[in-house]
Design a protein around this ligand. Structure first.
Ligand code: SF4
Length: 345
């Protein structure tokens, strides 16, 4: 059976009854339905955009411990915000969060979708989530979970963003928009999962085209992924895992973050050329290779060969800087070397 406009009330009722029974208890769901704490909702939505909920919970608790209120976030130096964001990736989000907190501290917390959209870095998804979950506005959220659930219910293999938003808008329960949004998020996370949807536990299976097809996981069709670009680079670890030379990366990958001095190996260039360029720039002597680490970022696979060295600029405490996971892996090479038979490089 497929979904018709006449079915909408029954689908909403089934979904909300399931949510009232089985919805998740999450640390950012503080406050009543439609009146959640807006700061918590906002931080969680920004954090969870590229992070699994299990890991996101840990990051969320850490961030809220560091900055329990929007005023505390606004008053903090941006370096401290980046440090608390460490591991979450997409550091531009942390910068925008900090900038927007400054606006909120000066002008007050927006209470509408429009008001949230006007803040730096707040897109339609986050604005819909905060305005509905915290202020009860009838705005349907449309993220990856919502896209998957709606594509399956309607049997749509190629759902476009406008299509998903239109289906979400028409299905949204006008009487309980906040609960409805949380319910679809939970259904996508707990029941209508990407690979093995639990259709026999699903409150909307009676209206679901994908379920009726017998191959629910084949909806929607997989997205064509952009090719992953290979990036080779060399880095110098001058110091140790506690104190090392750190630079702010401006133009290469991980721009804006502090990290080990790094040089990208150019087209047609050997690793030795990039290393010589890096050593000359810093005025140091290369002492030996520590090893190679790899790290995948959006559409990029970085292979970083790390060398030890002597001399050069002043070392700074590593623990105070916000470092990428790539840099933590590079520092791990130093630790591994200390435990080996040949610790000197
Ligand atoms: S019936 Fe299955 S495929 Fe359809 S919405 Fe529910 S879990 Fe997803």
């Amino acid at each position: 059976m497929t979904l018709s406009p006449a079915d909408l009330p029954a689908v909403r009722a089934a979904l909300l009854a399931w949510f009232d029974r089985a919805g998740r208890d999450l640390p950012w769901r503080v406050g009543p339905e439609g009146g959640r704490d807006p700061y918590r909702v906002w931080v969680s939505e920004v954090l969870l955009q590229q992070t699994q909920v299990a890991r996101g919970r840990v990051y969320f608790e850490r961030f809220l411990t560091a900055f329990p209120t929007v005023e505390a976030l606004a008053a903090a130096p941006v370096e401290a915000v980046l440090k608390a964001w460490e591991g979450c990736g997409y550091y531009a989000r942390a910068r925008n969060l900090h900038r927007a907190a400054g606006v909120i501290a000066r002008e007050g917390m927006p209470t509408t979708h429009e008001g949230w959209r006007a803040l730096p870095g707040v897109g339609p998804y986050t604005a819909a989530a905060v305005s509905s979950l915290a202020f009860g506005e009838a705005r349907a959220v449309s993220d990856g979970n919502v896209r998957r659930v709606l594509a399956r219910v309607h049997g749509e293999r190629q759902p476009t963003e406008p299509w998903v938003q239109a289906r979400a808008d028409e299905l949204l329960d006008p009487a309980r928009p906040a609960a409805f949004n949380e319910a679809v998020m939970d259904l996508g996370a707990m029941v209508c999962t990407p690979r093995n949807p639990r259709c026999h536990e699903c409150p909307v299976s009676a209206w679901c085209t994908a379920f009726a097809s017998g191959e629910p996981a084949s909806f929607p069709a997989p997205k064509v992924r952009a090719a992953v670009r290979q990036v080779r680079a060399v880095a110098l670890l001058l110091g140790d895992e506690r104190e090392a030379v750190l630079e702010r990366r401006e133009s290469t990958f991980l721009g804006g973050l502090m990290g080990l001095p790094t040089e990208v190996v150019g087209e047609g260039e050997g690793e030795g050329d990039a290393l010589a360029r890096l050593a000359a720039r810093l005025g140091v002597t290369v002492a030996g290779e520590l090893g190679t680490v790899t790290h995948t970022m959006t559409h990029r696979l970085v292979t970083l060969t790390v060398y030890g060295g002597r001399g050069g600029p002043a070392r700074t405490p590593v623990a105070d800087a916000a470092l990428s996971r790539l840099d933590h892996k590079a520092l791990g090479l130093w630790r591994a070397r200390q435990g080996s038979l040949f610790p000197e490089v």
